[in-house]
Design a protein around this ligand. Structure first.
Ligand code: FAD
Ligand code: FES
Ligand code: FES
Length: 495
């Protein structure tokens, strides 16, 4: 295992060993490198002011992703390239085409948010493809602006044109790919600094062994939950075991009608495969956090974190997913719903970790899931309802229903299911099933929603599922699968 982090800052190599492993990339940039173009707004992944772009080798070519520097820890840069707004200008000092587009479209006023927007746009441009309004909205939903307003910024994104091949400097893909290959991949690391230990194993076996040695360790995947423990709760984490260098945890495969998702697969990497088989689940993933969060956050982290308002568990439970857990040499497989025991308590032994989740695909296409939050994008769920209903000849053959935000854990609506199974799927059955929901859930009131609101929403989501499964012609959605065609090339907004 190496005891130093190696990465490219722009096109300059950095080798660092003596640094707090939980220092954020943002603090490193601003305090150590004095690169202050990257701003701190919220320090919790919400505002996008700290957006930077990570370049990585993927099958020998460069791949770029926007992430929030405020919640990423410095050692996770190992083997990668870090690009900030300071790296965009050309050798002759000319601004990057994205910056020029922002100037021409009057996309900046006070300028505090501007570097973050620019970096999100640079990552979008690097992806290639047509710049339609949907893609622009999706790429920029994690960047907030208080003064300019979004119209000019979106206009700038439309104007920025395709990514250009540059020779020399931080944006020269070919030479950076060679440099990254030379400094070595995101390999195994063991750092100790200031009493904090940080390990980055590269295989599942090494991870098992390390966790056996340090069962109290904090596992770190995309850091979109863990990062906030440091920036907001000022928790000291030691030791930290990073999962992002383990390729086997990043595999997503389909075998025997089952989608197997490694715990380290990010939302963005899972999105396409999941959306193909379960369109509603794809749309749900598209609404998790922002592009920056989905580029870093993992499905395994969402499950392991055990939040009652995590988005993936209710949908996956409705699909009858199973969880594979590993400890030492031993694996066990449990129904995902059994993993959540009580608030903050999951069925995870010391030294055990989530290896993968298995999702049967036979029922995936009929999953309906609805996320209710105050904002459409980049917001945490108040109530999430996931419905897996099988209806033949007007009668419900089976029903698996799970809610998030309605109890201390993601929770199956078993009484509601019992009121449905074997019954004709009509208004009378619907009314009985709605009543069953009222009986079996006692949600709490908090800052996101009151208990009454949550219960009303849950009942109404069941009605929505009823309408969608019995009245195909009725339009129930403005966006997502089955939506009105609202392409917004004309600037139309989502509701
Ligand atoms: C701005 C913002 C918006 C967000 N929006 C949403 C949202 O819309 N919906 C939503 O559901 N969540 C949201 N989240 C929460 C977060 O993004 C997700 O929970 C995410 O999936 C966590 O994954 P991660 O890889 O970042 O996990 P990490 O933060 O690295 O880890 C989370 C927890 O899981 C543990 N862990 C990670 N991997 C494993 C493993 N393989 N085995 C055992 N334990 C493990 C860690 O030790 C930690 O306890 C948001 C977060 C932020 C900051
Ligand atoms: S500072 Fe707000 S997202 Fe990082
Ligand atoms: S220009 Fe001031 S916050 Fe966006």
């Amino acid at each position: 295992m190496r005891d130093e982090i190696r990465f490219l800052l722009g096109d300059e190599e950095r080798r660092i060993s003596d640094i707090d492993p939980t220092m954020t990339v943002l603090n490193y940039l601003r305090r150590e490198e004095r690169l202050t173009g990257t701003k701190e707004g919220c320090a919790e992944g919400d505002c996008g002011a700290c957006t930077v772009v990570l370049g990585e080798l993927s099958d020998g070519a460069m791949r770029y992703r926007a992430v929030n520097a405020c919640i990423q820890f410095l050692p996770t840069l190992n083997g990668k390239q870090l690009l900030t707004v300071e790296h965009l200008k050309a050798a002759d000092g000319a601004p990057h085409p994205v910056q020029t587009a922002m100037v021409e479209a009057h996309g900046s006023q006070c300028g505090f948010c501007t570097p973050g927007f620019v970096m999100s746009m640079v990552a979008l441009q690097a992806e290639g493809g047509a710049m339609d309004r949907g893609r622009i909205d999706d790429a920029l939903a994690g960047n907030l602006c208080r003064c300019t307003g979004y119209g000019p910024i979106i206009e700038a994104a439309r104007k920025m044109g395709p990514s250009q091949a540059l020779k020399g400097g931080p944006l020269d893909r070919d030479s950076i790919a060679e440099r990254l290959a030379a400094i070595g991949p995101d390999g195994a690391l063991a750092l100790v600094s200031d009493g904090t230990r940080y390990f980055a194993p590269t295989s599942i076996d090494d991870l098992s062994q390390l966790l056996g040695d340090y069962p109290e360790a904090c596992l770190l995947a995309g850091a979109t939950d863990v990062g906030l423990w440091v920036t907001k709760q000022h928790r000291r984490l030691d030791p930290v075991i990073y999962l992002g260098a383990i390729d086997d945890l990043k595999r997503l495969t389909i075998t025997n009608g089952e989608l197997e998702i490694g715990a380290g697969v990010t939302y963005e990497d899972a999105l396409e495969a999941i959306a193909e088989h379960a369109p509603d689940l794809g749309e749900l993933i598209r609404r998790i956090g922002s592009r920056q969060i989905r580029n870093a956050g993992t499905i395994g982290g969402n499950i392991a974190n055990g939040s009652p308002i995590g988005d993936m568990p209710p949908a996956l439970i409705a699909l009858d997913a199973r969880l594979v857990l590993r400890r030492g040499e031993n694996s066990r497989e449990i129904p995902l719903e059994d993993f959540f025991i009580a608030y903050g308590k999951q069925d995870l032994e010391p030294g055990e970790f989530v290896e993968k989740v298995r999702v049967p695909l036979s029922q995936a296409g009929r999953l309906r899931c609805y996320k209710i939050s105050k904002r459409f994008d980049q917001d945490i769920t108040a109530v999430l309802g996931a419905f897996n209903l099988s209806v033949t000849n007007g009668r419900l053959q089976s029903a698996r229903i799970c809610f998030g935000g309605m109890a201390a854990t993601p929770k199956r609506a078993r009484a509601c299911e019992a009121a449905l199974i074997g019954k004709p799927w009509n208004e009378i059955t619907l009314a009985a099933a709605r009543d069953a929901l009222t009986e079996e859930f006692q949600p709490i009131s908090d800052m996101r929603a009151s208990a009454d609101y949550r219960l009303s929403v849950a009942r109404n989501l069941l009605t929505k599922a009823f309408i969608e499964t019995t009245q195909a012609e009725t339009q129930t959605r403005l966006i997502g699968p089955g939506a009105l065609a609202l392409d917004s090339a004309d600037g139309g907004t989502r509701v």
